[in-house]
Every structure is written in structure tokens, then in C-alpha cells.
Unconditional design. Structure first.
Length: 168
């Protein structure tokens, strides 16, 4: 059974949070960075790790493990930041997603994707587009635009703007 809105072969970047594998549409990915110094911004949600300087632009960084109710991401040799574009209410925000490790990019056919489960998961599933199947493993395909609420994104944007103003 195909997922509504997924009607063609798409490429996904997979990454790990703990033992779970997630997939992100490569069309949403700008670049992947090695772990770098993150400047903490006061009075932001716990999952908001801070901001980084990306070629002169302030980019907010979200700890995806904390966002999904896991323990904070520990810095390892594989820890990295996926710079992604999130669109909400017609506005695009550049966001860094802190993840345990990036795996690979691969293609999934629409018939390799099943609807996300409605029960028995630790996660709220509204931001899971579907479950991709690859080599007998399931990959949770994220709808990054739905992973953050309008309020969370405005907090993230305000934090970035405040940091930019302080730096300038």
C-alpha cells in the first residue's frame, strides 16, 4: 500500500539515533557537517542545542535525540549535523539536525514504503511520513516539515536572529 504524496522513486539520506534508523528526503538536505562548536542560546527549549556559524550565517541546531524523547546526543567521531530546510506556513528555515551518525543515501520505490504505525511506538507519529523497508530493516521516513511546530520553529528563528544581532 503506497503512501499518499509518495508516488515516485525518491532518494533518502539515512541517519541513526541510537539503534533506530531514520530517513530524510535528500531534497530537504543542504549539506552534512562534522560536529562543531555549538553556541548555547539562553531560554530555548532543551532540544535546541544552540547555534553554529555556517559561512557567516547563524544556523540553529536541534538535538534530534532530545526532540524525539531520547537522551541527549553524545559527541563521538560519527556525530554530525545535517543542515536541512524546514518549510512551515510557507516560510523556509535552515536548521541543523544533530544526529548520532549518517549512514547512506539510497532510493526507495513507493511500494517499498508502508504507512507509519498508529500504536505501540514511543514517538508521536504525525511527522513520520512512512516506514521504508530495506534489507529486512525498517527506516522511519521523516517529514521534517511536520517534526517541528510553528511555535518551536519561531523560537528557533528568534534564537538565531538574537545571536546574529549580538554578533553583529
Amino acid at each position: 500500500m503506497a503512501i499518499t504524496g509518495i508516488d515516485e522513486v525518491r532518494q533518502y539520506l539515512t541517519f541513526k539515533l541510537g539503534e533506530e534508523v531514520f530517513g530524510l528526503d535528500v531534497g530537504k538536505v543542504r549539506e552534512i557537517l562534522d560536529f562543531t562548536t555549538i553556541t548555547k542560546v539562553p531560554r530555548t527549549p532543551e532540544f535546541m542545542r544552540g547555534v553554529i556559524n555556517l559561512r557567516g550565517s547563524v544556523v540553529p541546531v536541534v538535538d534530534m535525540r532530545l526532540k524525539f524523547g531520547m537522551s541527549a546526543t553524545e559527541k563521538t567521531v560519527n556525530t554530525c549535523i545535517i543542515v536541512t530546510e524546514v518549510t512551515l506556513d510557507g516560510e523556509t528555515t535552515v536548521l541543523g539536525a544533530l544526529v548520532d551518525s549518517v549512514q547512506e543515501v539510497f532510493e526507495l520505490e513507493p511500494d517499498q514504503i508502508e504507512p507509519s504505525p498508529r500504536i505501540g511506538t514511543k514517538l508521536k507519529t504525525e511527522f513520520i511520513k512512512g516506514m521504508g523497508k530495506r534489507d529486512e530493516r525498517f527506516i522511519m521516513l521523516l517529514d521534517v516539515d511536520k517534526a517541528f511546530s510553528v511555535d518551536e520553529l519561531s523560537l528557533v528563528q528568534e534564537a538565531g536572529e538574537a545571536q546574529q544581532a549580538a554578533a553583529g
